[in-house]
Design a binder for this molecule. Structure first.
Ligand code: DSN
Length: 448
């Protein structure tokens, strides 16, 4: 059967938008570090009859009948996660990373408790207590940051923890390019009696493959999404370590209760099956090679960008991600960079940088990652080529400056977008991007 044949027959509008999205993914260089190309097996599970079932509760303790096969699927996902991550307990039901993190708070904290996390503008996540997230509104959130050199400011973490005595500390980031110092965080958390949770959403695939240290010996709780370096479906897991269980033997039941019925209703059984499949794939030597290549590619991208004169936060990377600081071109330049690179077929996102001279809405940096391009089979030589394209695009728009006033900014960006359509350099690079991506077929099994 042709891929999407039923969608095509029944809903031409959605079909053509989905086809356009497939074409976009095929013909662009995907550098958003939280994205990946999952396998067709994972997608088959997601588009299956499992989406029809209700199964509130847990294996052997469901509210509805007919769950004998769903129970086995969920048990398989749990046992695979336990053995891959070497943890004592796993809940595979969180709908995604943000609910998973909220479920951790609800298990450990009451409204108004003090919590600590890395600030969004220093590379942390919204759900680690940022002011606009429910986690920053419900709890008294203390935020730590990075030093001007881009590394986590452990001195600040220690001082803030001693002064504020948080109940829960988060270690984990969405825009941090160096190894996360789990051991140092554990010393701080232990010294103030805080729970320590690692959010390894970005790096869980690297952790499994042994190319990033595991937090499991140091923290009480680990959360991860399943669709980033792990390359599974959009979903998440909450795990408890031996340390967490010995601190509080009730933690597993607290987490279970806060996932369901605390935060969620019926689990997404089609996603649970897809998570189980992704975990099986992640247990293979091929996946280990993939994760090693992700890091090798990120290092190659980093050094090639620096050769092109692009300044990088921390001057390199230890993981799958690279953060370029474009403040020297002009503060807020990340906005122009993202738009222009998108036009050239290179997808990434604007990002704040340490000591940001502009604002989170108009940041000065760009964040790039290699999980998706590595899934396509690209290696170091392609990273070099991509770095050259990025530098050429940036050079072709370097005269643009963000106006001071907000009204002028919107008008300027609109005008900038229009000018991009006439930028011959970008047109030329878009051609080269098309040629490069055509050498790395994506989802060639999907006929339309
Ligand atoms: N949106 C994810 C990222 O891009 O890092 C985090 O939730």
């Amino acid at each position: 059967m042709d891929w999407l044949s039923e969608v095509k027959e029944q809903d031409g509008e959605i079909f053509s938008l989905m086809k356009n999205e497939l074409d976009r993914q095929r013909s662009s260089i995907e550098l958003i570090p939280s994205e990946n190309f999952t396998s067709s097996a994972v997608m088959q599970a997601m588009g299956s009859v499992l989406t029809n079932k209700y199964s509130e509760g847990y294996p052997g303790k469901r509210y509805y009948g007919g769950n004998e096969f769903i129970d086995e699927i969920e048990k398989l996902a749990i046992s695979r996660a336990k053995s891959l991550f070497k943890v004592e307990y796993v809940n595979v039901q969180p709908y995604s990373g943000s609910p998973a993190n909220m479920e951790v708070y609800l298990s450990l904290c009451s409204a108004g408790d003090v919590v600590m996390g890395q600030s969004l503008t220093s590379g942390g996540h919204l759900t680690h207590g940022w002011s606009s997230s429910a986690t920053g509104k419900l709890f008294k959130s203390i935020q730590y940051g990075v030093k001007i050199d881009g590394y986590i400011n452990l001195e600040e973490v220690r001082e803030l923890a001693e002064k504020n005595k948080p109940k829960l500390i988060w270690v984990g980031s969405t825009a941090y390019v160096r190894k996360l110092p789990f051991k140092e965080f554990a010393e701080i958390a232990d010294s103030v009696g805080a729970y320590l949770a690692a959010d390894i959403s970005h790096i869980s695939g690297l952790v499994i493959a042994g190319v990033h240290d595991s937090p499991v010996n140091y923290v009480d709780i680990v959360t991860t999404t399943t669709h980033k370096t792990l390359r599974g479906p959009r979903g998440a897991m909450i795990m408890i370590t031996k340390k967490g269980i010995s601190k509080d033997p009730e933690l597993p039941s607290k987490i279970d209760k806060s996932v369901f019925p605390g935060m969620q209703g019926g689990p997404h059984d089609h996603i649970t099956a897809a998570i189980a499949i992704a975990l099986k794939q992640a247990s293979t030597p091929e996946f280990v090679s993939y994760a090693k290549q992700v890091v090798a590619n990120a290092k190659a991208l980093a050094s090639s960008l620096m050769e092109q004169g692009i300044k990088l936060v921390t001057k390199g990377t230890d993981n799958h991600m690279v953060l370029a600081d474009l403040s020297d071109i002009s503060p807020g330049f990340g906005v122009f960079a993202q738009e222009a690179l998108d036009k050239a077929g290179i997808t990434l996102n604007k990002n704040t940088v340490p000591g940001e001279r502009s604002s989170p809405f108009y940041p000065s940096g760009i964040r790039m990652g290699t999980p998706a391009v590595t899934s396509r089979g690209m290696k170091e030589s392609e990273m070099k080529e991509i770095a050259i394209y990025i530098a050429q695009v940036l050079s072709s728009i370097k005269e643009n400056k963000l106006p001071e006033s907000k009204e002028e900014r919107l008008a300027h960006i609109k005008q900038f977008r229009e000018h991009l359509n006439e930028n011959d350099e970008i047109k030329k690079i878009r051609q080269s991007v098309n040629e490069l991506t055509s050498k790395f077929p994506l989802y060639s099994n999907m006929e339309l």
